[in-house]
Design a protein around this ligand. Sequence first.
Ligand code: IVH
Length: 690
Amino acid sequence: MILDGQDLAPAVAAGRSEELRNLIAYHNRRYHQLDDPEISDAAYDLLFTELRHLETRYPELLDPDSPTQRVGAPPLEKFQSFPHPSPMLSLANAFTEKEIRDFDERIQRFLGRSSGLFPGGAETIAYVIEPKLDGVAVNLLYEHGALVTGATRGDGTTGEDVTLNIRTVAAIPLSLLGNGGLPIPKRLEIRGEIVIATAAFRVLNERRLEAGEQLFANPRNAAAGSLRQLDSRITAKRPLDFFAYAIGMAADMVMKTHWEVLAALKAWGFKVHPFARRVDQIEDCVQGYGELYAAREDLSYEIDGMVIKVNDLDLQDELGAVSRSPRWALACKFPAYQETTVIEAIDVQVGRTGALTPVAIMTPVQIGGVTVSRASLHNQDEIDRKDIRIGDTVVVQRAGDVIPEVVKVVTSLRKGTELPYAIPQTCPVCGSAVIRIEGEAAHRCIGIACPAQIKEHIVHFASRGGMDIEGLGEKMVYQLVDAGLIKDPADLYFLRAEQLLPLERTGEKSAGNLLRAIAGTRSPFLEKLIFAFGIRHVGESMAKILARKYAALEDIMAATVDELTTIRDVGPEAAKSIVRFFQEPSNLQVLAKLKTAGVAPINRLFSASTEASGALSGKTFVLTGTLERMTRQEARQLIESRGGKTSESVTKKTDYVIAGTSAGSKLDKAKTLGISILDEETFFLLMEST
Ligand code: IVH
């Protein structure tokens, strides 16, 4: 139930909003931290909506810590700098197993206990190993359990205050949970990594590609870019996530080991990476390093290594730091996912929607155990922005299961013989013209019979909004194309039953049905046929607009851009797209073939005023109920195009009432007044005869 706060006493509203915040925080944690939601997304949304209603109605209840406040705030001019209460150190690196063992030896030597016992009576040093997440390190300051500041690492001493952005990250608790009676230090720094999951990163980049926006090179760049947005409303839309891995300064801390720290982080409501393990000795770290490396590609988040930390906090203190790195921790890096190679050629692929994608063909190179020789260059804009030329030496990366990507050109290695690239002006698959629609990043082939797109084209041609051929769905179209029976939409009308019989799940009966369904679409409404062509920018409503303006397909084919743009609702891009479509010779061939096949559209919408017959002049119509074949708006236009009038209410002056299904009181009134009542079919017959 949603309480809209209409009649709640302020005290009740306050109580309820508090309750809702707690509930939402709890379910947030189940979802984000524990990955184990208890309620559906819809039920969660309901709680959220209720809280938002309450806060709108009682603004005094609005609390900056409310989960409703994660949507971002107006943009900042710049970030303030933030001196970290305790410095954010960096880690010493290791690249080999030997270096991992050396690390342990160094610690033993430093402690001078190579012969004695370590805390807990052990003879070896206990460590915690964790994945080294490849994101952006942040420092979160909590006071009395409430998030006060979130800052980037900066130079380790001073970072940037990105609190508004941090607050939009759902995995970061705005106030800490007091789970299990664990005390929350009065002032507490939480250290962790802002990341973006590989899958979410891919979706993010796909959207940016569609929108013609610059792509992010990898999840880390995307996370960093999102975190440093001056407009936190943009950050709020990015799929940022957070894992905690340490505590900085903490007033009155009671933990004795790093393992307890991780447990506390979880209890307070943070996510801790599930791979984190406590181990008894350095050999377990070496083994963990191998295991993590093997699991690397399967993880949901990108990692660039493993971090080893001495578990005992007193021991950590004793070890201290050298320059800016602690002696008690080590980053064991994995081999980079980047290599350099040479672009030998640029190929073009034509996708099923006609988009041309340039693909770099590179000298094969091993990256993280996989041979890479091709990488999508996405579109001409990306090529231009990175200034990629054929012959260039480039940095290529392959991260996780993310597809290989050309990161940048090594311009210092240019010889001057490299060739700039321009996407072809004709389709490499069918030779039709290639155009680029303004506002879109992709170049597209406009051939209706292009083999690369033919399946999609025919599926669209036969779809409900198009020719509406029953029984001709995606599966059937694919079979017909794969069997070589159709190469363009017009071929459908030349199919014979014996050609269909060998197809999967096609008997005499279904073949007959399909052929009848196809033949039954030889007299389509003009707007359906136009829509069926799949011209870019011509959806169902645009097709209707055209059919209303032009009596015949030939008239549309002859229209110029200037003429089309005089029509309301036809913009310059749509006009250009229409003209180009009908200029393309291969499309004209298909149209001619459709004509030969006997496909002849009829125009029921045409209503140019000069041609109005006026046959219905002086007649008043009232429409009631639902019409099957057209909207009321269309019916009204039909009547008006013949000189008739329409009215909303039935009176003695009404000449006809057109009754669709579930007609109500207007129909009753018409009956009482003895007015002529037409059903939909009769109405059509009347329209056809006038
Ligand atoms: S601990 C003093 N643990 O690695 C120890 N760091 O060079 C402070 N990182 O800037 C860091 N995952 O961005 C730690 N599990 C992890 C980590 C981790 C990633 C990053 C962090 C830091 C850099 C250290």
